[in-house]
Ligand binder design. Structure first.
Ligand SMILES: Cc1cc2nc3c(=O)[nH]c(=O)nc-3n(C[C@H](O)[C@H](O)[C@H](O)COP(=O)(O)OP(=O)(O)OC[C@H]3O[C@@H](n4cnc5c(N)ncnc54)[C@H](O)[C@@H]3O)c2cc1C
Length: 468
């Protein structure tokens, strides 16, 4: 257990001198929201000693220099929508919140780059880009609440990852403040850069443990003119799980997303949204979104995918071909996480990623574990990426908390044999760090620790995360 200096009145005075008294909070009520994120396990919650909301890079540098000299832990925080406890200040200390660093600094359409501060709400980027007929494609499903800095730190992805990839595919440059307060910048507006080590992609996904991200250069692309969303209920889960292989390999097509929702996950979303998809009793529903620049080619694409889904025993195929209908269709899918948190508060929520042709094996393992431990198992997620969100909820709560580590261990042991990983998009944080040794050898963990040491030898940056 690391030991850090506790914050005293002298430290608070210093921080207040740096940012001004309106941008620093230490009374328990004002900081209580910063002791948690969207992770449901309350045993992980931990309060900061002070929350600071800097407005400039220079303020961040002064804070980091001071914390480095005085051995004070610093936890960067975006919007707190994380699902692995990444922004929870396990050791107290300072929480740095980027709410006031929320500017889109430049839209450089000629170079297809947008430059942003970390506190920009992700969806704002695309709202600003729309008049230019451009868009940023790496965003997650939580785009309306999360910040781009949080997306960088988690290497978030989801919305359109099948065709367009995740956050890291769009980061062309990154400016960050180190643990000791230096300001570094790698990359920028170039779309190709192989000069030296790829530090950009080391910082992306580092969960705030290697540096404080202060500026991001994102690649932007032309906004496709047309979109269509297909909804298909299936009677046979196995046939639905096989769809990505059919669409990619046999049909040679690349939709923007292929999502799966089993009946258990949808029933909670129906209850919360007071709305339902057609065929609510079928074992699962599939959403396939496609985009293109031309109406005729889009029509050809979605009719061929629709026909193929019917051939694979879809009960029906529903087409949403205008923005309003598309959003309506997505709404129920987007309600699922909130509904599960609400109706299954004791559940384990995991974020498993396996090779796309192994999702059926993963679902079989979940079914077996569900039967063995008497669990309800809603499953939904990004089928086209092999990334399923797995919820395991007890029917019988007796001794449930004691059983959780054993169940997760059993699940992850099977995931390893499928060539899968610990988290597809939500990260390790403090929630999953104890399971890292299931996936990495001691030598691999040792390399990860050495990298952390190079960036932050005192371990003050977001301590208590990633490493067991
Ligand atoms: C309903 C719902 C749906 C979701 N859907 C998706 C999805 O589709 N795909 C997906 O990937 N995730 C999803 N998430 C998870 C979450 O939204 C993402 O992980 C998101 O990237 C977190 O962003 P945030 O701004 O909330 O960051 P936070 O939760 O505040 O922090 C996340 C991590 O980023 C670090 N951090 C934040 N800002 C900085 C910075 N400037 N510099 C360095 N480190 C920083 C924090 O220390 C922490 O480790 C979903 C969450 C919810 C609640």
């Amino acid at each position: 257990m690391q030991v850090f200096k506790k914050i005293n009145a002298f430290d608070l005075d210093f921080f207040e001198d740096v940012v001004g008294k309106n941008f620093i909070y230490s009374d328990p009520e004002a900081i209580s929201n910063y002791s948690k994120d969207e992770t449901t396990d309350e045993t992980l919650f931990s309060s900061p000693e002070v929350v600071i909301k800097p407005r400039t890079v220079e303020e961040i540098r002064k804070i980091m220099k001071y914390c480095y000299q005085n051995n004070i832990p610093v936890t960067p925080r975006g919007a707190g929508s994380g699902l692995s406890g990444g922004s929870i200040p396990i050791y107290g200390g300072v929480v740095l919140s980027f709410e006031n660093m929320n500017k889109i600094l430049e839209i450089d359409e000629k170079n297809m780059i947008v430059v942003v501060e970390p506190g920009v709400i992700t969806n704002e980027i695309n709202k600003k880009l729309k008049p230019y007929k451009l868009f940023y494609a790496g965003y997650p499903m939580s785009l309306e609440t999360c910040q781009i800095g949080g997306n960088i730190a988690e290497n978030a992805g989801g919305g359109k990852a099948v065709k367009y990839g995740v956050t890291s595919n769009y980061v062309r440059g990154i400016e960050f403040v180190t643990a000791s307060g230096d300001l570094l910048c790698f990359g920028g507006k170039t779309h190709k850069d192989v000069s030296s080590y790829d530090i950009i992609h080391l910082i992306v996904g580092s969960e705030g443990t290697l540096g404080i991200v202060t500026k991001i250069f994102l690649k932007i692309i032309p906004l496709p003119k047309e979109r269509t969303l297909l909804l298909a209920p299936f009677n046979d889960l196995s046939a639905a799980l096989n769809l990505p292989t059919i669409i990619f390999c046999e049909m040679g097509l690349m939709p923007t997303s292929i999502e799966i929702m089993n009946r258990q996950s949808l029933q909670y979303a129906y209850e919360l949204s007071k709305n339902s998809y057609p065929y609510p009793e079928s074992p699962c529903h599939i959403l396939v979104e496609i985009d293109d620049n031309y109406e005729e080619s889009l029509y050809k694409l979605y009719t061929s995918i629709g026909k193929r889904m019917l051939k694979e025993n879809a009960l029906d195929v529903f087409v949403a071909d205008n923005l309003l209908a598309i959003e309506e269709m997505w709404k129920i899918r987007r309600t699922i996480p909130e509904a599960l948190f609400l109706f299954l508060p004791d559940a384990i929520n995991e974020d498993i990623s396996v090779p796309i042709n192994r999702t059926k094996d993963l679902v079989d393992v979940i079914k077996d574990i569900g039967t063995k431990y008497n669990l309800v198992c809603p499953i939904y997620g990004h089928l086209g990426d092999g990334n399923l969100h797995v919820t395991l909820s007890p029917r019988d709560k007796d001794l449930w908390k004691d059983k959780i580590p054993k169940i997760i261990y059993e699940l992850y042991k099977s995931v390893v044999t499928m060539g899968g990983c610990l988290s597809g998009e939500h990260g390790i944080g403090c929630k999953r760090k104890d399971y890292i040794p299931i996936f990495y050898s001691p030598e691999e963990i040792s390399l990860l620790r050495k990298i952390k040491y190079v960036f932050d030898e005192k371990g003050i940056l977001n301590p208590g995360k990633i490493f067991p």
